[in-house]
Design a protein around this ligand. Structure first.
Ligand SMILES: Nc1ncnc2c1ncn2[C@@H]1O[C@H](COP(=O)(O)OP(=O)(O)OP(=O)(O)O)[C@@H](O)[C@H]1O
Ligand SMILES: [Mg+2]
Length: 303
């Protein structure tokens, strides 16, 4: 069994998935602390979150009374006009910044710091250019003190999973954008994060690669099912990937509407089928149009 990332650096804490490892492979961890045992859930709670940036003279309120709950293993996609606070929301969830007021919680605990349990994937791939594919994926595992044999086995598995066998010793500059983003995704998943935070991860890719990457992400995510917060400007991408979509109002960002995609798509979610098939479905297009209407009204209101 694959070890959870969080147990690599903390010998005293033994993290193991709970008994049922089926569809919800890492949905919650049982944490053994001596004779005590607690279950950590991977849900996210945003409680009256306000975020202000104070500059010289001016204060920008990016988010205002943002309230939302992301269930464990849920795939939530965030859409909204430019500047409404989407990236800010993700940075707070990653522990990279703290709200001015309110609370952001993972599994009931306030998020205070970044860590391997909260992986983040950016639009610009952000790989180490001087490290090979293999070393990029290895980076977090090594920092967490995982033994080399275990690391190598994991890295081999993930390189296969992202279809980059034969490229393990290449450097980022020798890879296409799509290949680089696959490495970035593997580097996140290999750490078995509790939450995966993705900030427009496919925006820099061409349409074909974007579609392939969406399908690939679904495949990898389905095996591990971390809780996901995914930001995009593509409404089609949102409808294809999400369990729920949260539409944020123009700045200062608040929840404008939450749409339950699963309720429309049904048990066999659209994301399980090829993208080019599902976008032709009338119910897919109807939902897409509704969400685009909501986003568009926020953009128009701003001008
Ligand atoms: N570090 C910062 N310092 C000062 N202001 C900031 C900072 N980060 C974000 N802001 C401001 O907060 C607001 C929200 O920014 P954010 O990057 O979260 O928007 P966004 O929804 O991700 O936009 P986009 O869709 O264009 O990426 C903007 O007005 C931005 O200028
Ligand atoms: Mg942004």
């Amino acid at each position: 069994m694959m070890r959870a990332a969080a147990d690599c650096g903390h010998a005293a804490v033994d993290l193991q998935p709970p008994g049922d490892c089926g569809a919800r492979a890492v949905a919650g961890f049982r944490v053994a602390l001596g004779s005590r045992s607690i279950v950590m859930t991977n849900d996210l709670e945003y409680e009256n979150v306000v975020m202000e940036f104070r500059g010289r003279g001016a204060t920008v309120r990016a988010l205002d009374t943002f309230n939302f709950h992301v269930a464990e293993s849920e795939f939530v996609v965030v859409v909204g006009p430019s500047g409404c606070g989407k990236s800010t929301l993700l940075h707070m969830t990653a522990g990279l910044m703290h709200p001015t007021a309110g609370r952001v919680m993972l599994g009931g605990s306030i998020i205070t710091d970044p860590g391997p349990d909260k992986a983040i994937v950016f639009q610009n791939f952000s790989l180490f250019p001087w490290k090979s594919v293999r070393s990029n994926i290895d980076f977090g595992l090594r920092i967490n003190g995982m033994p080399p044999a275990e690391r190598n086995e994991l890295i081999d598995r993930y390189i296969k999973l992202i279809g980059l066998d034969g490229f393990e010793n290449h450097y980022p500059r020798q890879l296409s954008g799509g290949m680089q983003q696959r490495v970035a995704i593997a580097r996140s998943f290999v750490m078995r994060p509790r939450v995966l935070l993705m900030d427009e991860p496919f925006a820099a890719l061409d349409a074909q690669n974007r579609q392939l990457m969406q399908e690939e992400l679904v495949r990898i995510w389905s095996a591990q099912r971390p809780t996901v917060m995914f930001i995009t400007h593509s409404v089609e991408e949102a409808v294809f990937l999400a369990d729920r979509i949260v539409v944020i109002s123009r700045r200062p960002g608040r929840v404008k509407k939450v749409l339950d995609v699963t309720a429309v798509a049904g048990a066999s979610h659209w994301r399980m089928d090829p993208f080019e098939d599902v976008i032709r479905r009338p119910d897919f297009q109807e939902l897409r149009a509704e969400i685009w209407g909501l986003v568009k009204s926020e953009i128009q209101l701003r001008s």
